[in-house]
Design a protein around this ligand. Sequence first.
Ligand SMILES: [Zn+2]
Length: 254
Amino acid sequence: MNKQGHVALAVSIGSAALMFPFIASVNVESKMVLVLAAAIGGLAPDLDHKTSTSSQLIQFSAKKRRMFRNLSCFSAAMGLLLYMLQFVSSGLSEFMNTWMLWLGAAILFFLLARLRNLVLIGTGAILLVAYSFYAWHWITAFMGLAFLILPVVKHRGIIHTPEFAFILSMGLIGFSSLQPELVQMFIIGFVIGWWAHLLGDIFGSDGIHSLLLPKLGIALHLFRNGGPVERSISRVCWLSTILMLGCVLLNIKI
Ligand SMILES: [Zn+2]
């Protein structure tokens, strides 16, 4: 399933969840936050894909990344050249003294080219620090580790497994029980969206597999990624979402 399909499915399941008694009693703002969070959760698992929509939010375009990589190589070469010229040339010109600046620029351009990794590792490190210094909920450490491994895991690998989703859901729901209603609904929506994403991948040709038993996988091959069947499913999902949200906003009981 591609991003349109994932969002449509997540939002429709999120809207359907509004009918559950314990969610039906919360205020309208919290319900809308739940549906919005479902859309975010529906895209989040694809953070393990280098060019997915969620990854594109934390990195430059492919063209700019290439430009930064080239600038990094050029700056590094300039830095090394100027550094070596200091030894062969007798006169110490001002320009040769700038070799350190060139190497600094090379590192900066390198990091800009790999902004996604920087953001993921940085977020992971912040979460782990928060867990160890402020004794935050264990889900902080779990998510911190997940962010740290994201730059190296393969797409539809560990992040897409039901075992990962299960631990993530348990941790997040456990954490949410101590939070205000709005945060609680956001987390519930996010978890719903995450599972909806896995469901979407199961229906399509991509499939998901178990972490503990990697040979155990499921792919129903019901439609082609982004194909006409998926587009029809998306339309049905959006239509049902509109109907369900209409009922919620107009306070109609189904
Ligand atoms: Zn996926």
